[in-house]
Design a protein around this ligand. Structure first.
Ligand code: ATP
Length: 301
């Protein structure tokens, strides 16, 4: 079942086109990633979905609701954690949770959520005294307090150390296991690869591709590098003639083959036929960040 439908979304700020003809849909239970370089229009897109900005063109439906017109009904089904969400410095964790719970007719158990996010002992602590990671986790509690069916999480792990980032990922997986659909804005490739079922890759306000992380890698066809020490002689000419091979080099007795597609299968079949064993075999597999660069021409952060 489709829970979010974005069709031809457009948004400008003055003369600047921030989002241009963006379309995608999100299925119930998915972790859907919105990925792209700085200024790609990711935040603007999710803010339109969350009813926080009015689109200039296009339509958005969230569980059948128009986020801008049906704002009150949307709040009951969609929770949002925004990039740099700030609370008053002097507000305590407990006060923030109680305040946000009061916005909802049937809020979740705030204490249980704080417990789950490792903030149970911070109830009396003021927002300003929390660490960056604790502030992020509180923002997640507040996004979930209304028992949303959809959670929008923007740059969730930016500024967190690697360990907190990993525990936040586990948390996102648990939230999804509870049946919540998640829209995740991120610029971390590892995060997108680990968490997202599908991704929309945005660049300069437009959708470049929508696919699974491995589908995006496949689509961009970034080169693979295969290195090995052959047990017997095989000429560069033979290797170069194999399907998918784009370059062959030799370094310190190792053969280094660069290629795309099924190059690994072609190389191993050829070696087997010649009864050559590939010792010290290493394959550098393309990852999502290679695909990102190939599809946008920009380096991933
Ligand atoms: P980042 O990863 O840097 O947060 P993003 O992909 O989330 O980027 P947006 O924040 O949606 O991108 O911004 C898209 C473009 O619109 C950027 O060029 C940004 O500078 C511009 N922009 C965003 N908000 C405003 C605003 N309120 N007024 C003017 N321009 C804006």
């Amino acid at each position: 079942m489709t829970v979010i439908e974005v069709n031809g979304l457009g948004k400008r700020y003055g003369d600047h086109v921030a989002v241009d003809e963006v379309s995608f849909s999100v299925a119930e239970g998915e972790i859907f990633g919105v990925l792209g370089p700085n200024g790609a229009g990711k935040t603007t897109t999710v803010e339109c979905i969350a009813g926080l900005r009015v689109p200039d063109s296009g339509t958005i439906r969230v569980l059948g609701l128009d986020p801008w017109r049906d704002d009150a009904a949307l709040r009951r089904v969609l929770g949002v954690q925004l990039q740099d969400s700030r609370l008053p410095e002097r507000m305590t964790v407990g006060e923030a949770v109680a305040l946000h719970a009061s916005f909802h007719p049937d809020p979740a158990d705030g204490d249980a959520l704080l417990e789950r996010l490792g903030l149970a002992r911070m109830r009396g602590t003021r927002f300003g005294a929390l660490s960056g990671g604790q502030q992020q986790r509180l923002a997640i509690v507040l996004a979930l307090i209304g028992r949303p069916r959809i959670a929008v999480l923007d740059e969730l792990t930016t500024g967190l150390d690697p360990q907190s980032r990993r525990s936040t990922w586990e948390l996102v997986e648990q939230i999804r296991a509870d049946g919540v659909t998640i829209v995740l804005v991120t610029h971390f490739m590892e995060e997108a690869e680990r968490l997202c079922d599908r991704l929309a890759l945005l660049d300069a306000g437009r959708v470049v591709a929508i696919d699974t992380p491995s589908g995006l890698v496949e689509r961009a066809r970034p080169p693979q590098v295969i290195r090995f020490r052959p047990s017997g002689p095989v000429s560069d000419g033979v290797l170069r003639a194999l399907p998918g091979v784009t370059a062959v080099a030799r370094r310190h007795g190792l053969v280094e083959i660069t290629g795309t597609g099924d190059v690994l299968a072609a190389v191993t079949a050829e070696l087997a036929q010649r009864r050559i064993v590939a010792a010290e075999l290493r394959i550098t597999q393309a990852r999502l960040d290679d695909a990102f660069v190939a599809l946008t021409g920009k380096a991933a952060r």
